[in-house]
Design a binder for this molecule. Sequence first.
Ligand code: ATP
Ligand code: ZN
Length: 293
Amino acid sequence: MPAASLIPTEVSGVGVLNSAFEAVVDALRSSLLGFAEPEDTQAFHVPPVISRALLERLGYVDAFPNLLGTLHTFVGDNRRWRAIQAARLADGAPWHSEQTISDVVALPATCYHLYPLVADQTLAQPVTMTAEASCYRHEGSSELGRLRSFRMREIVRIGGPDGVPAWRDEWLARARTWFDGLGLKVSVETATDPFFGDAARMMAPRQRQEELKWELRADLGTGQAQAIASANYHKDHFGGLFDIRMDGGVAHTACAAFGLERIVLALIAAHGESPARWPASVRGSLALGGTAK
Ligand code: ATP
Ligand code: ZN
């Protein structure tokens, strides 16, 4: 098996993965799905774009305007396009001056596709769902592991206010044990989402105070720990927005989110770039083939 590599492209934060890297991603996915299965988890495939109106309603635009990747298209007619092309040829005018924002945006987090699936419902019992998506965030820096396009596997729980925080804590513990078994030194810390502008002042203190977000951080080889997973409790935020009800009240939600590329980078930083030479215990946990040399 060759070395696992994330091959940079000409734009920062966008990498191509070779098959050895992707084999580890596959192994991580199977392992995670194995933990989720006993909870009678419903699995979905979700696309890498989502309704712009939906993210506006969720407040994503207010909280993270800097991270949102919008999609723009040309909706003019042939005549307009000819005029644009002529201006381009004549004086190098940009081709995109008349692009119009579309009704979809790049998906910034997997779970936004899952809550709407149970919108306007009263749940008889808690629901667990999982999906993985290619997410996009317009990250400003190009440090290793801070990708603009990356995959996020999420497990989401929707239920009553008593059970959901305990579920979140259970997944935090489960993730910690899993990373231990993968030989990763992980710190577990309360965190806040990377709110932008005034949203940081308004939203971050409560999130921190109520310990709604926990991150599991590992060194990716840069000397600075980055989040490889997070466990988040949203209280009744999404339940209210999507009118999901349970136990006579608004449903609460939580999610456990895993950054697949970052986990592979952490494994490479800990054990080297050749998965075939990783410790037998790590290869065993991930059911990776190959023999240690
Ligand atoms: P960070 O603090 O690094 O900005 P975050 O708090 O915004 O991350 P979450 O929204 O909790 O991250 O996303 C869940 C997981 O997705 C993270 O724990 C991480 O593993 C992964 N992730 C988030 N942003 C990126 C990124 N830019 N590149 C690669 N993986 C990412
Ligand atoms: Zn989530």
